[in-house]
Write a protein that binds this ligand. Sequence first.
Ligand code: FAD
Length: 467
Amino acid sequence: MTTSTPALDGKLLERLQGAVRGEIIQPADPDYDEARKVYNAMHDKRPAIIVRAVDVGDIVATVDFAREQNLLLAVRGGSHSVPGYGTCDGGVVLDLGRLRGIRVDPQAGTARAEGGCTWADVNHATHAFGLATTGGVVSSTGIGGLTTGGGMGHLARRCGLACDNVLSADLVTADGAFRTCTREQNADLLWALRGGGGNFGVVASFEYRLHPVAGILGGPTFYPLDGDVIRRYRELIADSDEKLGALLVVALGPPVPFLPERWHGRPLCGVVTCWTGAEDEDDRIRARLADLGPVVGQYVERMPYPVINTLFDELLPAGLFHYWKGTFSHGLPDGAIDAYVEYGATTPTIQSATVIFPIDGACHRVGPDETAFAYRDADFATALSPTLMTRADCEASVPWARAFAAALAPHSLEGGYVNFMDSDDQDRVRANYRQNYDRLTAVKRRYDPGNLFRLNHNIAPRAGGSQ
Ligand code: FAD
């Protein structure tokens, strides 16, 4: 173990230990190396301490400690941040991973979930009542980062973004104050949390609106990588019921039993279906999928809703190397389809994927300034996500993603989705929030003038600076 991390003043640490019920892990502790890891292996950082909070009191004490000591503070929910915002060098990591309680109110159709939950936690708890809300498509992703950034998933067309379903949130702000944020109380904060990322404080819990979703028809259908398949997919989204969730994926054929071996490792496009409508319409949905092109492999079955969100989990365990780019588009222009086909053909690994999320339907019924998430006119959000086994592999793949993003740029809107951005995209933050940026800056200035919460796609309290 290297010990380059500066030790903190013993007295101050003792005071924090007295105030916190959860664990405080330091560089000399045996589990430090495990505790400092984040999902994306690109980020190998050495914080001075990691606080594993077990209640709101621990959150308040840690926020106060970091602010008073002028230490860098990384807030970690599910730890999936691609830019690695859940960790830092020499500062404090506030790890919410022990805060995973959920209470479902089936009568009201709501759930209150603590800020360290993953989507696996939420899907499991709500499914017991035949209810669900929009979450991410990999179940280990945290609700904290995903929801505050916007939140796209299989249910987005029918139920809106994850942030659209947030009815209220309990938040600890930079001054250590606990604030309940509703439409009536701290409404500016509730507005900012719905898309503005982790800029405004630590969300101790979210209250979500739930929807009746239990069994679905879901799973992937693969086709050869071909622009005509993608054009037919575009038509499918334009004329199908919002109850049809259907992500388009451009990837190399995975080694799964339902895909013949000759397609393993070859460039394909796939549609991941999540039909939440009536079962007696399943055959119609299957027929639409068959019409998109020559099917080379398919696993589309009736399944409980939580299962569809676990289908990629095994392919994407923690500890791989990720670098992402993100775009928004009006429709899927032919030029973008050409780029998907050209760059899809050189997708670097089986774990890498270009994922195109349809965000029409319910996402469009929220006004562009009703929440911080500004792109209510975008029909699709694309994540370009090369995923590599070693750091050395990144040398070729990071330029691949950058060139791919440059090829998509003329066919994309100016900004992109913050949760699909990497750390070299900080200069796009203003464009990502469009007309909402100035209002976000004002909320930031009011609640976090010192920019304590700056490990994120940062909305600086003052124009042109990080402070
Ligand atoms: P963390 O690294 O813990 O946190 C990310 C950011 O959110 C940090 O700035 C952190 O400070 C802040 N944050 C986390 N929790 C809280 C909290 N409780 N209060 C305040 N701030 C908090 N996005 C989608 O929209 N849809 C998807 O389907 C999807 N799938 C993904 C699959 C994978 C494998 C990966 C790696 C990412 C995926 N994403 C998806 C992107 C995802 O939304 C972001 O990576 C998101 O930031 C992850 O949140 P987290 O809590 O896991 O991450």
